[in-house]
Design a protein around this ligand. Structure first.
Ligand code: ADP
Length: 467
């Protein structure tokens, strides 16, 4: 495990958090407990010392003996001193034997009628006591003092126990955190490491690499995202391969024609002037197809890189369609096709590039003419709440359902030979889609084999022009 790994960082944070909670908690518990115990004991011996002080009125030994006995019964110890501060009674504190003088400071306090309170440590029996001292009076004259001492050893033992429990809990928390780190490292870092390996393999070009999906959390979604990325890269790679194969194929076909017929002309391999004329026509057609292909490709790549200049303005789609119809009616008539257009007058304008819009409509109508043998082509404009819909519908050969999702890809053709026969390059719809999207629109297609096809464009209404 690396020291800077997420798991170690997380584990250390958890550990710190546990300790940060446990240590102050232990300290507070300790304070509360010892404070409570102290004040309880203090109250008790304070009360007891007052009673003793009140009951003692002479310091004769018989009297004192009785108090010593009494003290043994109460479980607290007493020390009685005379007015010189010399111990005259002791119920069981070895370090203060009878005849010994007590600390003068304490006695001074008693002699000026003040109670004393302190913690006392007996070195001989190694015990700690809480002591309260009170003066003893006879006829309002101080004749000595009494100290009641309660052992606080039990309290210290309990405090010790609390400290030990907190330490134990702390150690337990450390082990718990270590266990947690271990489980986490398996749960979290293993899939991450697997993903790291997989992405490195993908980066090296092994695009068949996949990560196991694992859990349904963020880590799982990351695995899914990596797999999606690999699929996308794979598609991109095969698209690129296909694109280059297509390009060379598309270029090769007209070049072969050009070479062949130019050779035939050069070597006078024609039988009549008519045949020569035919050859020249083919050369012309192929040359213009080649230049259209190169121009389309150039335009498409510019669009894909976002390098195309669009001149946005308020565009009247009725005008756009009419211009496109002017240029296509002759072609339609040649094939015996009719083009209908619902010239609505209340169509709001859209914000787009007028010439590019015409290019889109022209392309769709030309396709409809190209792939329709008989029937009608209808162009319809309609208005929805916030958008304008432009539909180009034909009664042509239709597009198989399985081809529809790929229709807008470069060089995609339904039947490979079919569109070439019709003079297409396979780039038209790719260009249309790019242009539509660059102008904020969307394009969809519905088609039924042998029934016809309908391309639908949706553009948002120009905001200043909503009716
Ligand atoms: P092309 O220049 O070959 O027509 P497009 O990108 O314009 O290329 O169209 C892609 C393919 O979609 C065409 O090859 C054709 O098979 C199909 N297609 C496009 N428009 C129509 C339509 N209106 N009816 C039937 N098929 C169509």
């Amino acid at each position: 495990m690396k020291w800077h790994s997420i798991v170690v960082k997380l584990g250390a944070s958890i550990l710190l958090l546990v300790l940060a909670i446990l240590l102050p908690l232990g300290f507070i518990m300790n304070q509360i407990f010892s404070g409570f115990y102290f004040s309880k004991v203090q109250e008790q011996i304070d009360d007891l010392s007052s009673r003793y002080a009140e009951s003692i009125n002479t310091l004769d030994s018989q009297h004192l003996n009785m108090f010593e006995q009494l003290a043994t019964l109460t479980g607290q110890e007493i020390i009685i001193v005379n007015k010189e501060g010399v111990v005259v009674a002791n119920s069981g504190i070895p370090s203060l034997p009878k005849g010994e003088k007590i600390n003068s400071k304490e006695f001074d306090l008693l002699s000026i009628n003040k109670a004393t309170q302190k913690e006392y440590y007996d070195e001989i029996n190694n015990r700690r006591y809480l002591s309260v001292g009170k003066p003893i009076y006879t006829d309002r004259v101080i004749i000595g003092g009494i100290f009641v001492l309660a052992s606080i050893e039990d309290m210290y033992q309990s405090v010790d126990m609390i400290e030990k429990s907190v330490t134990l809990a702390g150690i337990g928390a450390i082990f718990l955190a270590l266990g947690f780190i271990f489980i986490l490292s398996r749960k979290l870092s293993n899939p991450l490491l697997e993903m790291e390996k997989a992405t490195r393999k993908i980066a090296k070009g092994d695009l068949n690499t996949r990560v196991s999906k694992g859990t349904k959390d963020e880590v799982g979604s990351l695995a899914v995202a990596i797999n999606d990325l690999a699929v996308e890269l794979q598609r991109y790679r095969s698209n690129r391969r296909e694109f280059f194969a297509n390009i060379s194929h598309e270029l090769r076909t007209p070049i072969t024609y050009l070479e062949g017929y130019a050779n035939a002309l050069e070597n006078n391999l024609y039988q009549s002037d008519e045949e020569k004329e035919q050859y020249l026509q083919i050369i012309q057609q192929e040359a213009s197809r080649l230049s259209k292909l190169v121009a389309d490709l150039f335009e498409l790549s510019k669009m894909e890189e976002g390098k195309i200049d669009l001149h946005f303005e308020s565009v009247d789609l009725v005008e756009v369609v009419e211009n496109a119809l002017l240029k296509t009616t002759i072609k339609a008539k040649e094939k015996g096709l009719q083009i209908d257009f619902n010239r609505l007058t209340n169509i709001p304008s859209i914000y787009a590039d007028g010439l590019r819009m015409e290019q889109i409509v022209l392309n769709l109508i030309e396709n409809s003419i190209r792939y329709t043998e008989k029937g009608t082509i209808s162009v319809k404009l309609s208005k929805e709440l916030n958008s304008i819909i432009l539909a180009v519908e034909d009664t042509g050969i239709g597009i198989p359902e399985e081809d529809v999702p790929f229709l807008f890809e470069r060089f995609y053709r339904v039947e490979k030979s079919r569109s070439r026969d019709f003079g297409g390059t396979g780039l038209g719809l790719a260009i249309v889609k790019q242009l539509v999207e660059l102008q904020g629109g969307a394009i969809t297609v519905k088609s039924k084999m042998r029934k016809g096809t309908c391309f639908e464009l949706t553009f948002p209404i120009n905001r200043g022009d909503v009716q």
